[in-house]
Design a protein around this ligand. Structure first.
Ligand SMILES: [Zn+2]
Length: 119
């Protein structure tokens, strides 16, 4: 079970965006589903998250075909490693570590700080 999910609010605990809070837009998986059955390739985006407003980068996007809608200088969030963010507990509002508890056979995420169950 993953400790950070899409839609969570997280706080950055390292780097240029230290202390910034944002919503998780995407959690990059450690595997590539299109390569099922074949040997895994090294995946540089393994265990990375895209957080809104964190690590904004600019990219010069060249128009290639009609399907590429965004061209010119585009700005977007680059993925950061999951170890550089901490979950912000919805009930106590503090960045916290996460404990996994099993209640009635269902795994739940629990805040280490206040003990509240997180969704
Ligand atoms: Zn809490």
């Amino acid at each position: 079970m993953q400790k950070i999910k899409k839609g969570d609010t997280v706080q950055v605990i390292a780097g240029n965006d230290l202390g910034v809070q944002g919503e998780v837009k995407e959690v990059k998986k450690g595997y590539d589903p299109s390569r099922r059955g074949r040997p895994a390739r090294r995946n540089p985006n393994k265990d990375r998250v895209v957080v809104s407003g964190v690590r904004m980068v600019k990219k010069h996007q060249r128009p290639v075909s009609q399907t590429r809608t965004q061209t010119g200088i585009i700005e977007f969030e680059a993925p950061i490693h999951i170890s550089n963010v901490m979950l912000v507990c919805p009930s106590c509002g503090e960045p916290t570590r996460v404990k996994i508890e099993i209640a009635d056979g269902v795994k739940q995420r629990v805040c280490k700080r206040c003990g509240a169950t997180i969704d």
